[in-house]
Ligand binder design. Sequence first.
Ligand code: PEP
Ligand code: MN
Length: 344
Amino acid sequence: MIRHTYLSLAGNMIIHLKESINQKTAEEMAVKTDSICLKKGSKFVLINSNKIKAIESEFESAVEESFNFESDTQLASRLYHSNTIQMEVAEKTIGGISQNTMVITGPCSVESRKQIESCADFVSGIGISVLRAGCFKPRTSPYTFQGMGLEGLKLLSEVREKYGLKIISEARDASHIDKVIEHVDIVQVGAKAMYDQGVLRKCGKAEKPILLKRSFGASLQEFIQAAEFILCGGNENVILCERGIRTFETKTRFTLDLCGVAYLKEHVNLPVFLDPSHAMGYAYGVADLTRACVAMGVDGLLIESHPYPKTALSDASQQLNFKEFKTLYDSIGAIATAVGRNIV
Ligand code: PEP
Ligand code: MN
């Protein structure tokens, strides 16, 4: 990265304008330089790709600082912000210097009031503060359970109040993203929605943290670019979630890309969560994988659990029953401590 106080080089850039620059001038500069104009705190920031060759000298005095990048990992790059971005998620701190690893669990789907109450009771009872459950399920077949939709979101809101929990639930597409944003504490963008720009752009305007899952067919670069769509919309609270990619292997559902996680930790300034449940696809492997994930020092985990996994309406084979989850949960504290992290 080349960091300089005036602009003359070509490349992907982030340009911080001086505090004295008003919106009109910032927007004019954005048009002339083919940039996205973003307000960060009290200043305007321009972000652009390598089309620009130089900033006209008339603008040079408006620039406080600028950053050049070799790829379009920009707002998410550690070259721009060297520490992991700190964020408040469900009243807990992740990223920054917190060293917290947040554990989130719950069923794949909300299936009924009785089922989600039972999950909420279990989750709150063991001291976990965030319950996961999908209502708009991006199923591979149109003939299987598609989720309870808005009714499911309402049930989640009810159990949030009753059990003092926070809620994460996913959006399948842009048709219901507003409803999801309205009801949840953390918005999950599912692997299949990672490329949905309607969803990404709405998430960029949301004032809630977004957990963005990596599509099983996305390269790391594409994954980061999807996050950039949200970041450049103005939402700084983006969490990346690795949940397995498709490889030639068919014995497990997907392949958990821990090398990719190491890459993200090195180069990207966003917190990283891991979802061993969807990667493995079978409950028998989830506990060992979870422990490996904790040992990697990640910022969080998303693990599926269900009162009676065999009867689950989606992802039955991979969900842990409550006893299995509790045994696993009790085993990870020591691993976290060993790598200098705290389970929250
Ligand atoms: C889920 O979390 O239940 C889910 C559908 O995950 P993914 O988007 O990773 O397939
Ligand atoms: Mn699932």
